[in-house]
Design a binder for this molecule. Structure first.
Ligand SMILES: [Zn+2]
Length: 431
């Protein structure tokens, strides 16, 4: 009897799960509690009524295998990567890019649409289905909607069309999602400075080292970046984003910005850096008016570490590492520089860049002592194709190292240091 009851309950639960549970995407949020929310909806949406006088209808969930009733493991991974690559574009802004529906549970899709319309600081981005209901486009959005107190007729919803539009790679979907959400946050297009075309692709830039504007067309370039355009209208993407109601200023990454305030590296007993503990983002500085150009227009991050004498290797990887510690997600936006300084502030070495992986590595023998690792931007990208526009060289990185020793704890941390010392001593004895 008891078993039977359990079974019937389980069946009841399963039938609910089969209808909806399999369409639950991975729950990912880049900045919970942020002022603005970009909700990336991969799970489909039954759109009630018209959007811009067109009829979206029942938009299927994101799918690669043609079965929009479940997410298989490949689709789940594609969703994770698309989320990470979209979140990377908005890192440092007071924005949470999330796959978790912020609307209250139990609402119908029609009620959700109204709830989104009535919820300030929100964008509901649907990534699913084709552009057949709208027309030829990778995606579409209203402009300057996210900060409005209320909207109507689903204006707070915008679109990425994987089928026939953006394509279904994580790169292409994130490029379009960032573009449409840029529109929602007030950004116009970045025009081609050279020939006046509506969308700049930076002359079709592609391959290692290439870049193109998010608010233009950035499908082909290695990096998609915000831009200070000089064509037609003079639009600084970053200042427009920051002009949204209650969104600014840029959020600090919490890493020390001077050698004096350098963040001590977390070092494991084997001398490797503690994975996932040295992540930050380099941003244009308010003091420079959020200018794009010049390395000094950007924040600098400093870490300190110690060498016991011997080979030390450090690498700065451009990009976020949301999905796995110390592994770069796709969608890096910055080209960083990594430099090593000694305790007196003298330059010891400059990392070498791999243009294809965006990893910057320095390796060398260091005498016993304390050192600094500096990560910053190399400054704006400039293009010979569009000589006046400036591409922001900003975004996430993470730092790794080996051959390191921890920096001695400051006096106020002595109790903790003693505790760690005790732990290490015990470990040594147990070997
Ligand atoms: Zn557009």
């Amino acid at each position: 009897m008891r078993g039977l009851l359990r079974t019937s309950l389980l069946l009841g639960a399963l039938s609910t799960t089969l209808a909806w549970g399999q369409l639950i995407p991975p729950a990912l949020s880049s900045r919970p509690g942020a002022q603005y929310t970009i909700y990336l909806n991969f799970a489909g949406f039954n759109y009630d009524g018209t959007w811009a006088n067109k009829t979206p209808g029942n938009v299927p969930a994101f799918t690669l295998d043609g079965d929009a009733t479940t997410f298989n493991s490949t689709e789940m991974q594609r969703i994770r990567e698309t989320w990470a690559s979209t979140a990377a574009k908005f890192i440092g802004f007071n924005i949470n890019v999330t796959t978790v529906d912020p609307s209250p549970a139990g609402l119908t899709d029609a009620q959700r649409k109204t709830w989104y319309d009535n919820t300030q600081y929100l964008t509901h981005t649907i990534l699913g289905g084709s552009n057949s209901w709208y027309g030829p486009a990778g995606g579409v959005s209203y402009v300057g909607i996210a900060q409005q107190a209320t909207t109507s007729n689903g204006m707070r919803t915008n679109w990425v069309f994987p089928a026939g539009g953006s394509g279904n790679t994580a790169k292409s979907m994130s490029v379009v999602a960032s573009h449409e959400d840029g529109h929602h946050l007030g950004l116009p297009h970045q025009h081609d400075e050279n020939n006046g075309a509506e969308y700049s692709s930076n002359g079709g830039a592609n391959g290692d080292g290439s870049y193109a504007p998010i608010m233009g067309v950035a499908y082909s370039s290695q990096r998609a970046t915000w831009r200070h355009g000089m064509s037609g209208t003079n639009v600084n993407d970053v200042t427009v984003l920051l002009n949204n109601l209650n969104i600014g200023p840029i959020i600090d990454d919490g890493i020390g910005h001077t050698m004096a305030s350098a963040t001590p590296m977390s070092v494991l007993a084997n001398g490797n850096s503690n994975p996932g503990q040295h992540r930050g983002w380099i941003m244009p500085r308010a003091e420079t008016g959020y200018a794009a150009e010049g390395a000094n227009a950007y924040t600098k991050d400093y870490f300190k570490f110690r060498s016991l004498g011997g080979l030390v290797t450090l690498s700065a990887n451009d990009g976020t590492s949301y999905l796995a510690a110390d592994i770069a997600d796709i969608g890096a936006t910055m080209r960083s520089s990594l430099r090593i300084f000694d305790s007196g502030g003298s330059l010891v070495g400059v990392a070498t860049e791999s243009a294809s992986t965006l990893v910057h590595t320095w390796s060398g023998n260091l005498a016993s002592g304390e050192y600094f690792a500096e990560v910053t931007s190399v400054g704006a990208y400039t293009s010979t194709y569009e000589p006046n526009s400036r591409y922001f060289n900003m975004g996430a990185y993470f730092l790794k190292g080996s051959g390191l020793a921890p920096v001695p704890e400051p006096a106020s941390m002595s109790v903790l240091a003693l505790a760690i010392g005790g732990l290490l001593a015990r470990r040594r004895r147990s070997r």
